[in-house]
Ligand binder design. Structure first.
Ligand SMILES: [Fe+2]
Length: 544
C-alpha cells in the first residue's frame, strides 16, 4: 500500500502523445473488485449519514490508496508529472442521484453542464503546460445510463467553453474501477443519471513539483509526432509539439515543430488563408506561419498576434505557439501588447480574466513564456509597470519558463511586497516553478506563513469563505513544497503552518516538511499524522 512496495508501470510514447492532444487518457490497471465495492459502500454510507466530506473523503475511505498507488496509476502520474509529484489536498466525491424525469434532449442537457474546473481554494492561472492533472474514478459500473462525466477532447487550452465544445462532449463510461487522468483545464460535464442508483465519481488532483529534465515515461523517441488516433476536433500540432518538448525537458520547447515544419510558403498567401469560416484551413496556414522565411517574419507576427485572445479556442492556441516558435521577431510586438492590455485598465477588461475561481492570462504571456530565455529581459522590465494586469502577466510568463528565467528572481522577489495580492500570488507561484536562487526570496517568502497582517482578509469566494491572504499563504507553502530540501531555512515557519486556519496551507506545509527530510521536520509531520488518524470503521450506531 505504500509507494515503495510496487514498481510503477510507466506510460509509453503513444499514451503521452494522446494525453497531450486530447487532454486525457484512460488507464487500464488491476485492483481486486472488492476494493472498488468497499469504497462504494463507504461513499453510500457518507451520503446516508450527512454532508459530503469533501477533501476528507480520502480518510473516510482510505481504500482509495489502493487505487492511487496501483502500479499503473502511479506510473501514469510519474510519466505525466515527474516522479516527485504533489498530491493536492483537494479531492471530491461527486454524487449524482437518479433524475426524476429524463430531459428531452440528453446531449443538450449534458452540454449545458460543460465547464472548466475552478482552482481551489482560490484562483490560479489556467495552465497550458500540463502541470496539473485530475484523476476521475468510478467505484461502480458507470455506463452512459448512469450519467458518467463527459469530456470534450482537445479543449485543455481553452479560455472559455464554446457551443461546439458543449455539443461534442464524450461520455467517460466504463465498468467499476474505471479511471482517467485528465489535464486539469479540459472541458468536462456531468452526465444525466437515468438509472435507479446514485452515481459516484471521485476526483483527485495532482501537481508537478519540479521542472521536466528528461522524459519521465518509457520514451523511445523525443521527436514529436501526432498519435495514431486523435480525438480532438482540430489539429493543433504547433501547440502539442510544444507541450511534448517541454515534457521532454528540452531547453527549446519549439524544437520539434521548427525542425519538422520548415517551408517556403508565401506569407502573404498564408495570411490570406486565415478565415473565420474555415478553421481547419486557418490552422493549416498558422502551422506554416510559425516557420516563415526570415524576411517575412514581421508580417507573420502581425497576422498571428491578431488571432490571440480571439474567440476560436483552437485558433488562438495555435497562434500562441506559432508566435513562440517564431521567437525573437515576436518579442517586441508581444511585449507592446501586454503593456497595452495593462494600460487599458483593470476595471475595463482585465478584471473579467480574473475571478476567484480562475485566472486567464493573456495569450501573449503564454507565447512569451514559450520562447524562454530571449524574452526574459523584456519581461523583467514589465514587472516595474504601473499597471497591475501587466505585472501579473509578466510574472506569470517568467514562472512558466522555469529555470530559464533564473535571472528574474531578484525582480520577482521585489514583487512579494507589491500592494496587489494578485501580483504577490502570481510571483509566489512563479518563484516556485523557477526553483532557482531560493536563498534570495525565502527570507521574505517564509514570513507570509507567520505574519498576521489584516490586509487582504476580506472573504472573496462566497460559499467557500476564503480570503486572498489564505491563498497567499497557500502559494507560499506550495512554492516551498516545490523547493524540497532547498526550503530548509523555512522549517520553523512550515511547522507553524501545520495549524494554519486554512487546511490547504497546512496540508501543503506537510508535504513541504516531508520533502525537507530533516529529523525535526519528519517528527512534526508524524506528530500531526498521529493526531489526525481517522477510524473509518466508526458510525453513529458504533461510535467507539
Ligand atoms: Fe468539474
Amino acid at each position: 500500500m505504500t509507494y515503495s512496495k510496487t514498481e510503477p508501470v510507466l506510460l509509453d510514447d503513444e499514451q503521452v502523445r494522446s494525453y497531450i492532444t486530447d487532454g486525457y487518457i484512460k488507464l487500464d490497471y488491476s485492483v481486486p473488485a472488492e476494493v472498488h465495492e468497499a469504497i462504494a459502500v463507504k461513499l453510500d454510507r457518507m451520503l446516508e449519514l450527512g454532508p459530503n466530506l469533501g477533501n476528507n473523503v480520502l480518510p473516510h475511505a482510505p481504500e482509495f490508496r489502493h487505487i492511487l498507488n496501483a502500479p499503473e496509476v502511479r506510473g501514469a502520474l510519474i510519466s505525466l508529472l515527474g516522479s516527485d509529484y504533489i498530491e493536492h489536498p483537494h479531492r471530491y466525491c461527486h454524487n449524482m442521484a437518479p433524475f426524476d424525469e429524463a430531459p428531452e434532449d440528453i446531449v443538450e442537457a449534458v452540454g449545458k453542464r460543460a465547464h472548466q474546473d475552478s482552482y481551489t481554494p482560490m484562483a490560479r492561472p489556467r495552465q497550458h503546460y500540463p502541470r496539473y492533472a485530475r484523476i476521475i474514478y468510478y467505484p461502480r459500473d458507470t455506463p452512459v445510463l448512469h450519467g458518467p462525466t463527459h469530456v470534450t477532447p482537445g479543449t485543455q487550452f481553452n479560455k472559455r467553453v464554446t457551443e461546439e465544445d458543449r455539443a461534442t462532449a464524450m461520455p467517460m463510461e466504463g465498468p467499476a474501477g474505471s479511471l482517467w487522468i485528465t489535464h486539469f483545464d479540459v472541458v468536462h460535464a456531468a452526465g444525466v443519471n437515468l438509472s435507479d442508483a446514485t452515481r459516484h465519481m471521485i476526483k483527485f488532483i495532482y501537481i508537478r513539483r519540479t521542472e521536466p529534465q528528461t522524459p519521465s515515461w518509457n520514451c523511445d523517441s523525443e521527436r514529436w509526432q501526432n498519435p495514431g488516433t486523435v480525438e480532438a476536433t482540430y489539429d493543433n500540432e504547433v501547440a502539442w509539439s510544444h507541450m511534448w518538448d517541454w515534457m521532454c525537458g528540452k531547453s527549446d520547447r519549439c524544437e520539434s515543430f521548427r525542425s519538422a515544419a520548415a517551408n517556403d510558403a508565401d506569407v502573404t498567401e498564408l495570411i490570406g488563408a486565415l478565415s473565420d469560416d474555415d478553421v481547419h484551413g486557418s490552422l493549416a496556414a498558422i502551422r506554416q506561419l510559425a516557420v516563415p522565411k526570415p524576411a517575412a517574419a514581421g508580417e507573420a507576427v502581425s497576422a498571428l498576434a491578431e488571432l490571440l485572445n480571439k474567440d476560436h479556442q483552437a485558433v488562438r492556441a495555435a497562434a500562441t505557439y506559432a508566435l513562440a516558435t517564431i521567437g525573437e521577431a515576436a518579442i517586441d510586438p508581444l511585449i507592446a501588447r501586454v503593456k497595452e492590455a495593462g494600460a487599458a485598465g483593470w476595471e475595463d477588461g482585465a478584471q473579467a480574466m480574473w475571478n476567484e475561481g480562475t485566472v486567464h492570462l493573456l495569450d501573449e504571456a503564454h507565447a512569451l513564456a514559450g520562447m524562454g530565455a530571449p524574452a526574459v529581459p523584456a519581461l523583467i522590465d514589465l514587472l516595474d509597470s504601473p499597471d497591475e494586469w501587466t505585472r501579473i502577466n509578466a510574472a506569470f510568463a517568467l514562472g512558466e519558463m522555469e529555470s530559464a528565467a533564473a535571472e528574474a528572481v531578484p525582480a520577482l522577489t521585489r514583487c512579494l511586497d507589491d500592494d496587489s495580492h494578485r501580483v504577490v500570488r502570481t510571483a509566489l507561484d512563479s518563484l516556485g516553478t523557477i526553483g532557482e536562487n531560493s536563498d534570495q526570496y525565502l527570507p521574505r517568502m517564509r514570513r507570509f506563513l507567520v505574519e498576521t497582517q489584516t490586509s487582504w482578509d476580506e472573504v472573496l469566494t462566497g460559499k467557500r469563505a476564503w480570503s486572498a491572504r489564505d491563498q497567499v499563504r497557500l502559494n507560499a507553502a506550495t512554492a516551498m513544497a516545490r523547493l524540497g530540501p532547498a526550503a530548509a531555512s523555512a522549517e520553523g515557519e512550515l511547522i507553524h503552518a501545520l495549524e494554519d486556519p486554512c487546511g490547504y496551507v497546512g496540508l501543503l506545509a506537510t508535504d513541504a516538511l516531508q520533502h525537507l527530510g530533516s529529523e525535526t521536520a519528519n517528527q512534526a509531520v508524524m506528530d500531526l499524522v498521529m493526531a489526525q488518524r481517522w477510524d473509518s470503521s466508526l458510525y453513529p450506531e458504533r461510535p467507539w
